[in-house]
Design a protein around this ligand. Structure first.
Ligand SMILES: Nc1ncnc2c1ncn2[C@@H]1O[C@H](COP(=O)(O)OP(=O)(O)OP(=O)(O)O)[C@@H](O)[C@H]1O
Length: 260
């Protein structure tokens, strides 16, 4: 059974059909890239999976369960973590507290238990702190753990966001353009980090990304959208040599064609 199944989703904005019947699957433990020229429908598809948009038709299944239209605040509890293109961190809070904030979203104890500081709440807090330490080490953030996020370079802030998404132990990590704004060296580090994350955690990754060499390097499979439709789906090598994909990127201009 696929971990994530996107089944024939259609999303319209007024007269614009942004996504016109897209289907693909992400298997357990897989890194899947979602690519396509500008305006292809990648972000809209991503937003539909992460609960921001409800599709006009079609379904999103996660671990076999229909999660179509589940609101975004339920995603963490379902086992889906995400990062944002333009970051969504508490900038004046420390790196450690930002990571810990991700644990609160998935905590099992409710408001009253927290107010009374019951043993379950204390145990959850200890577990979250241990896990934050582990993640800060893995993402090479230990040295800056007590600094406010705003003091860090952009590439480091992205790692903080990744740690915050991972603390709730997602089965699926959705990454929205993680390489955006990174320099060449930082993109190389990100590629290694993604492979490390998959090795260290029992999860799958869905990656929406413009940076073609990153996608081709880390993905087990790649789905390609163009004008709201899926035009290819396969291994990086299959997709790279697919005539439809080459045509779509040639049409999109030299920069993309070279990248593909
Ligand atoms: N909120 C919206 N209202 C109206 N049209 C939209 C909206 N969001 C997206 N679209 C349109 O839907 C189509 C797909 O857009 P989308 O942002 O999903 O593509 P994309 O592949 O993510 O593009 P990019 O790579 O440029 O981010 C485009 O034609 C876009 O103009």
């Amino acid at each position: 059974m696929a971990l994530l199944e996107v089944d024939d989703i259609v999303i319209r904005f007024g007269g614009v059909t942004a996504v016109a019947g897209v289907s693909f699957e992400v298997a357990e433990h897989q890194i899947c890239g979602l690519i396509g020229p500008n305006g292809a429908g990648k972000t809209t598809t991503f937003n539909c999976i992460s609960g921001i948009y409800r599709p006009n038709s079609g379904r999103v299944l996660f671990q076999g369960r229909d999660i179509t239209g589940e609101p975004r605040h339920r995603m963490t509890g379902l086992g889906i973590g995400r990062t944002f293109q333009n970051l969504a961190l508490f900038r004046s809070m420390t790196v450690r507290d930002n990571v810990l904030a991700g644990a609160h979203a998935s905590g099992r104890s409710g408001f009253i238990a927290s107010a009374l500081n019951l043993p379950l709440v204390r145990r959850e807090a200890q577990e979250a702190e241990a896990r934050a330490r582990e993640l800060l080490a893995l993402l090479n953030l230990e040295r800056v753990a007590e600094l406010p996020v705003a003091a860090l370079p952009f590439g480091w802030q992205k790692r903080v966001e990744m740690a915050r998404a991972l603390i709730s132990r997602p089965k699926l990590l959705l990454l929205d353009e993680p390489a955006g704004g990174l320099n060449h060296g930082e993109v190389d580090e990100l590629a290694e980090l993604l492979v490390d994350i998959r090795r260290n955690f029992d999860l799958s990754i869905l990656l929406v990304e413009h940076h073609m060499s990153l996608v081709m390097r880390v993905s087990d499979k790649v789905a390609v959208l163009d004008f709201g439709k899926k035009i290819a789906d396969g291994t990086p090598d299959e997709v790279r040599n697919d005539p439809e994909v080459i045509k779509a990127y040639l049409g999109a201009g030299d920069e993309h064609a070279q990248a593909a």
